[in-house]
Design a protein around this ligand. Structure first.
Ligand SMILES: *Cc1c(COP(=O)(O)O)cnc(C)c1O
Length: 341
């Protein structure tokens, strides 16, 4: 029997169509600009998010850190929500690579208040760092989607102060599905965006950053600096093209499944589903330790071919994706029921 893997949407396997496209990809040396498949992917990615140009990067973390490096100067300050991926999950890279200081703001469900952003912008004072960038995360990793009106308010404030906005859009296409808008409507509120091909879109690896032509030209050079100039990378891009052309259109299924899973989980004794962060493909919930311990739950589910992560910040997170069906969800719930009783 296969494993049902609820740890993340990064565990998705490339589809058969992707494997075919990888096998047949026309490639060249991308550092020379010779790879037709990566060129096609970069053009397509730029179009999808309404930017002049786009650049392939090995991972989402790489893309975010490259964007920080490209936008800022050393010693500048970046305004960002305190629980954003760049702050919590990128190994402190912003201090090492761009050499910037993060000014972390409180959030509600991952969302910064525009007024707090405005108040955090530094004044012209010999003692203070200079504000170099504002970062937003859409969809947010805590499962919520930032409303367009908030993104617009933050972008307006940024423009007033001539500060660029970078969007960590690892799950941008999930956010677009959840808001029922074209991704371009979201990315109209940022100067640069990073999005992942390797999460719910099922490509085996890779992310994109997009922005103005001059931003991407500069980023291409810095990507080389960071060791991300790759050669026949059309092998990976071939899957990325399918991810963008086809896989974004099925994300609503994962969102529906997540809502179904949330409803089924809430049938279990001692389970409290976090209802106000159920916008995309992830379900967060708390489960009383006296019902079942974290260690027991992980081990017993594994024995039944179900993989889950441990508790983070008090919560379990189960993620739906292309390889998790509604039947799989029923099996997970039935298995959990049998473990509890
Ligand atoms: C996954 C993720 C990233 C980083 O992507 P990797 O490819 O894992 O490096 C960045 N931001 C957010 C919000 C993410 O969820």
């Amino acid at each position: 029997m296969k494993f049902i893997d609820l740890r993340s949407d990064t565990v998705t396997m490339p589809t058969d169509e992707m494997r075919q496209a990888i096998a047949n990809a026309e490639v060249g040396d991308d550092v020379y600009g010779d790879d037709p498949t990566i060129n096609k992917l970069e053009k397509l990615a730029a179009e999808k998010v309404g930017k002049e140009a786009a650049l392939f990067v090995p991972s989402g973390t790489f893309g975010n850190q490259l964007a920080l490096l490209t936008h800022t100067n050393r010693g500048q300050e970046v305004i960002i929500g305190k629980n954003n991926h760049i702050v919590v999950h990128e190994v402190g890279g912003s201090a090492v690579i761009a050499g910037v200081q993060l000014r972390t703001l409180e959030t509600v469900n991952g969302i910064m208040k525009p007024i707090d952003v405005e108040n955090a912008i530094r004044v012209d004072d010999i003692h203070e760092p200079e504000t170099g960038l504002i970062c937003v995360e859409e969809a947010h990793g805590c499962g919520s989607v930032v409303p367009l009106s908030i993104l617009k308010e933050i972008k307006d404030i940024a423009e007033k102060h001539s500060i660029p906005v970078h969007m960590d859009g690892a799950r941008l296409f999930n956010a677009a599905v959840s808001l029922g808008v074209d991704p371009k409507e979201i990315t109209a509120n940022c100067d640069s965006v990073m999005f992942c091909l390797s999460k719910g879109l099922a490509a085996p690896a890779g992310s994109m950053i997009a922005g103005s032509k001059s931003f991407i030209d500069k980023a291409r050079k810095y990507r080389k600096l960071m060791g991300g100039g790759m050669r026949q990378v059309g092998i990976i891009a071939a899957a990325g093209i399918i991810a963008l052309e086809k896989m974004a259109d099925r994300l609503h299924e994962d969102h529906e499944n997540a809502k179904y899973m949330a409803q089924r989980l809430s049938e279990l004794p001692g389970v409290e589903v976090v209802r106000d962060r159920l916008d995309i493909d992830m379900v967060f919930f708390r489960m009383a330790e006296d019902v079942i311990s974290e260690k027991t739950l992980i081990e017993k589910l594994y024995e039944k071919n179900i993989k889950i992560n441990g508790i983070e910040a008090d919560e379990y997170r189960f993620v739906c994706h292309i390889d998790v069906t509604k039947e799989d969800i029923d099996y997970v719930i039935d298995t959990m029921k049998s473990l509890i009783s």
